[in-house]
Design a protein around this ligand. Structure first.
Ligand code: PMP
Length: 407
């Protein structure tokens, strides 16, 4: 079934031994955040227990060791995304932070009244609101690529939206609510053809899909460490160095400066220009171990196994009467959103939780998408490499129980 030893992988994630309401935990909320392998947990305690120090500014042993580990993570991420230069990797607090950084620096400096920004119906709120805030401030106009009923972007409509007024395109690589994989290479090339810059929200893609920013030729790519087995509160903004160099800094403070006087401050070079203050050192250090873990398993192997889980779950869920899968895009990652006739998603979540099964219910921070689909929300099961078909069987049994209890 898979070249991966799933039982061995499960042993790498201690939380999977937890009992919830007296049952074995079945964790199907991976699109919200993934669990952490022992290597990441050890990296965190090792850092705090053995070489905790502030970075870049110290010459003592611990400061140098912490700085080396911190910068090693940057190199690991550079390779992970195939970025041309190490300084193109900016550490942030997450996807949301990365998008706000670009909107507030690139957007404020380079976009002006009447310029158009294109996003899509599939966006997470974090790739809508920062652009709306910018539009409000600068008088730009937000345009939205529509989707069809399967949850695929309507590309002809995207083509029609592109005009000489389009200055920025910001789209999600993979939809967190439906699992749709967007044709981002097409979007990037089309946007570039009319001179617009592109940001890709890779929050959901980074653990499932190989990212090659040079091949994609994207201007910006953002993701969060916690979605790929790393810690929360740590993320990455990739940007092309010439664009990052042209952008003003985001937050002011220590580390991002070259020289400060009361008359004038000059700014540090990349990447430090965008990393004001003491960063999230431990979490940056630990993310390297999460990426090493993914690399050891092999992203293609992970994706192939998750696809088995997706197909199995889709088939089994489809057999349940009154259940409808929301989002049947041509290309999907291992996310299944569903609704059941006359049952509120919240009730599904609560009753499944009683059986130890963690799914997410609600609008998944995609309220405009839910509005387009004509539903208040869905129940969403999202799978990671440590999940099994046996666990999916438990979900199916759980849903039958929901129906019995509610209907
Ligand atoms: N975009 C997408 C597609 C997401 O799934 C998420 C997280 N649910 C985000 C952005 C925001 O990520 P974070 O909360 O880590 O900043």
């Amino acid at each position: 079934m898979s070249v991966l030893d799933i039982n061995k992988i499960r042993r790498d994630f201690p939380i999977l031994d937890e009992k919830v309401n007296g049952r074995d935990l079945v964790y199907f909320d991976n699109a919200a955040t993934t669990q952490k392998p022992v290597k990441v947990l050890e990296a965190l305690s090792n850092y705090y227990g053995h070489y905790n120090a502030n970075i870049h500014r110290g010459i003592h042993y611990l400061a140098e060791k912490a700085t080396t580990a911190f910068e090693d993570s940057r190199t690991t991420i550079q390779k992970f995304m195939n970025a041309a230069h190490k300084e193109e990797i900016i550490f942030t607090y997450g996807t949301t932070d990365g998008i706000n950084l670009v909107a507030q620096t690139y957007g404020r400096k380079f976009l002006k009244e009447g310029d158009e920004i294109i996003i899509s119906t599939l966006e997470h709120h974090s790739n809508i609101v920062p652009w709306q805030m910018l539009c409000e401030e600068k008088g730009c106009i937000l345009k939205v690529i529509p989707i069809d009923d399967n949850g695929d972007l309507i590309l002809e409509e995207f083509d029609n939206l592109l005009t000489e007024k389009t200055k920025f395109v910001s789209v999600v690589h993979v939809s967190n609510a439906l699992g749709t994989i967007n044709p981002i290479k097409y979007i990037i090339d089309k946007a570039h053809a009319i001179g617009a810059k592109v940001l890709i929200d890779g929050a959901q893609a980074s653990s499932h899909i190989t990212i090659d920013v040079q091949e994609l030729d994207t201007d910006f790519y953002v993701f969060s460490a916690h979605k790929l087995f790393g810690p929360t509160g740590m993320g990455v903004l990739y940007g092309k160095s010439d664009i990052l160099n042209a952008m003003p800094p985001y937050r002011g403070g220590g580390e991002m400066i070259k020289e400060v006087s009361f008359e004038k401050t000059t700014y540090n070079e990349l990447p430090y220009k965008f990393e004001a203050g003491t960063p999230n050192i431990a979490d940056v250090v630990a993310v390297k171990y999460a990426i090493d873990y993914i690399n050891e398993l092999g992203k293609e192997n992970i994706a192939a196994y998750e696809d088995v889980l997706l197909k199995y779950a889709t088939e089994k869920l489809t057999e349940i009467e009154g259940l409808r899968i929301v989002g049947q895009a041509k290309q999907k990652v291992s996310v299944v959103s569903f609704v059941i006739d006359s049952v509120h998603p919240q009730d599904i979540g609560v009753i499944l939780d009683q059986q130890g099964i963690a799914v997410r219910t609600g609008h998944h921070c995609t309220q405009p998408l839910m509005k387009r689909l004509g539903i208040p929300g869905t129940s969403r099961a999202s799978f990671a490499v440590y999940n099994t078909t046996e666990e999916i069987d438990k979900l199916i049994m759980g849903i039958h129980k929901v129906k019995k209890m509610v209907l």
